[in-house]
Design a protein around this ligand. Structure first.
Ligand code: BTN
Length: 324
């Protein structure tokens, strides 16, 4: 444990009560100036610490920072975030960082998290609004040994894990708008940006990036140009612990992913279909090659959307953007 972590732990143990600088410096066997320097480092990391010359220091509110010190203790994953959990107060984009790390050889399960992104990216060249300490901005590196045609299963399992996290951690009725949007009450609350590097042998790595709107106030929210945006806070009004949501998300994501690698995708697929807003709907689908109009009839075992057009032809869709 670093000195800063020891100071933090001592403050947490006081549960919001004052802890004198003298007691801290004695118990940690360092000078009071060193204690003060550690407090300044905690303040810079976003912790709210009160200080008083007479009383000492106290931690004001339970910290909701996505650092390893906060997220690590409640993380139940076997692999994800266990060896490499990289946390940044600010980053251009967690996907950008994770792609660099993946190309440098970082292993499967490496997690990159930021409390703020200055250039968060969405699908189709859009940006992802990533204000400080309000949402979850996270990317994980995967190195699955899978045939290329099964790569969309990763998108589907991610969408299922994100929707389940809203349902089970926050009691919010999340649905999946195939392939990558998560909606609550028809408004977008989360998005997924999966970026893969493949070669002749198959998948080298995939960076799965997830953005979740958690405590965002909706004023000034740019949103998606097709779908109105929302956040967990806006749907339910209670402040939410991002730490708990991130722990829940990583656990569900890993569980569905390990099932897939173990050859068992049926449960995830069934859940994905049951959460889908598209199946059974007449819709328009925009792809890079144009658009189709028809009825979404199913999601197949690879995670592809089956769309029956007006002449009765069933199209297997790998990717696109639907408007219902
Ligand atoms: C979309 O709905 O268009 C996808 C949004 C994905 C946003 C996340 S936030 C974490 C990760 N880093 C990024 O730059 N983008 C993804």
């Amino acid at each position: 444990m670093t000195l800063r972590e020891a100071v933090l732990q001592a403050l947490k143990e006081k549960k919001g009560e004052w802890l004198s600088g003298e007691a801290l410096s004695e118990s940690l066997n360092v000078s009071r100036t060193t204690v003060w320097n550690q407090i300044k480092a905690l303040l810079a990391e976003g912790y709210e610490v009160d200080s008083s010359p007479k009383k000492g220091y106290r931690l004001c509110s339970p910290p909701d920072i996505l650092s390893p010190v906060e997220v690590g203790p409640g993380l139940t994953c076997k692999v994800f975030g266990q060896t490499d959990y990289l946390y940044y107060q600010e980053l251009d984009s967690t996907n950008n960082r994770a792609r660099v790390l993946a190309s440098e050889g970082y292993p499967e399960g490496t997690v990159v998290v930021a409390d703020m992104q200055t250039a968060g990216r969405g699908r189709r060249g859009r940006s992802w609004y990533s204000p400080s300490n309000q949402g979850i901005y996270m990317s994980v590196i995967l190195r699955p040994v899978l045939p290329l045609k099964e790569i969309s299963r990763i998108s589907l399992l991610t969408a299922v894990a994100v929707a389940e996290t809203f349902e089970e951690e926050l009691n919010l009725p999340a649905r999946i708008k195939w392939p990558n949007d998560i909606l609550i009450n028809d408004k977008k609350v989360a998005g997924i940006l999966s970026e893969a590097v493949t070669d002749m042998d198959g998948i080298e790595y995939i960076v799965v990036g997830i953005g979740m709107n958690i405590n965002n106030q909706l004023q000034g929210f740019p949103g998606d140009f097709r779908t109105a945006a929302t956040s967990a806070r806006a749907e339910d009004a209670r402040p939410v612990s991002r730490v708990k949501v991130l722990q829940g998300l990583l656990a569900r994501l890993e569980s569905h992913y390990l099932d897939l690698l173990a050859g068992s995708f049926e449960g995830t697929l069934k859940k994905g279909k049951s959460l889908s807003v598209a199946i059974g709907q007449e819709l328009r689908l925009d792809t890079i090659n144009g658009f189709l109009v028809g009825k979404a009839i199913d999601i197949d075992e690879n995670g592809f959307l089956l769309l029956r057009d007006q002449s009765g032809i069933v199209h297997t869709i790998i990717s696109g953007e639907i408007t219902i």
